[in-house]
Design a protein around this ligand. Structure first.
Ligand SMILES: [Zn+2]
Length: 243
């Protein structure tokens, strides 16, 4: 079967690599119960939250209640989510010294929960926050407790506290670092991203290494750039690999 052959090819590519860089998107976390913002049942499509009121920095300054409603629901998810096989696989790849960097578009912090250390969150993360007035930093236990208890995040200085998610109108983070790692990669693993959200989606164009894609559905990458493509859920491929 073609897929078995491809899995053997992927196994060999991993075995032969010493500088793997991974790039992950929503698809790696949907299995953990985190909604894909842009997917069919995602929060952008279902209209549960108006993205331009929820994730716009200027709007947040005017009326943060939209964002805090989302934040409360999102924080509530952590009662039941655990990292998927995909998250754990990438943590293992790092532990054995093959994976050098993990670039993610996800804000859920599941890679760190799974044990990954060198994680570059290009869209920021929900598990750390700062006061927008005095810049005091807050950690996840506080964020979770406060938002679930009182429905908003307020600093001791009375300024609003905003989780470090990149909002519309804010620059993505860590791109320079991401580019440096990508240029050195001998294997660039795309997992759970259709590569539609720029600028991070342009990273696969910067590597001379093999590009392997595991994503359900199409990806915005020319075929000649792809060494292997699995149009499949991540866990079913991962569990056939030995790392
Ligand atoms: Zn403050």
């Amino acid at each position: 079967m073609k897929v078995e052959k491809d899995i053997a090819k992927l196994q060999k590519a991993i075995d032969d690599s010493s500088y793997i860089v991974a790039f992950t998107g929503a698809g790696i976390s949907t299995g953990a119960g985190i909604p894909d913002f842009r997917g069919k049942s995602g929060i952008y499509s279902t209209g549960a939250y108006d993205p331009y009121k929820t994730f716009d920095y200027q709007y947040f300054l005017k009326d943060p209640s939209y964002f805090f409603k989302f934040a409360k629901d999102f924080a509530g998810l952590y009662e039941k989510i655990i990292p998927t096989e995909g998250h754990k696989f990438l943590a293992r790849l790092e532990e054995v010294g093959k994976l050098q960097a993990l670039i993610t578009q996800n804000i859920d912090g599941l890679h760190q929960i799974a044990g990954s250390k060198n994680v570059i969150e290009v869209h920021g993360g929900f598990t750390k926050a700062h006061c927008i007035d005095c810049w005091k930093e807050y950690g996840f236990p506080w964020i979770k407790k406060e938002i679930l208890k009182i429905g908003e995040l307020k600093c001791t200085c009375s300024g609003w506290v905003k989780p470090d998610i990149v909002f519309f109108g804010e620059a993505v983070t860590g791109m320079e670092e991401a580019v440096q790692y990508t240029r050195k990669a001998d294997l660039f693993l795309v997992m759970g991203s259709s590569l539609t959200v720029q600028p991070a989606s342009l990273l696969p164009f910067l590597t001379n290494g093999k590009v392997v894609v595991i994503n359900m559905g199409d990806v915005m990458l020319p075929e000649e750039k792809i060494y292997l493509k699995f149009d499949s859920d991540i866990d079913s491929i991962i569990k056939k690999l030995n790392v």
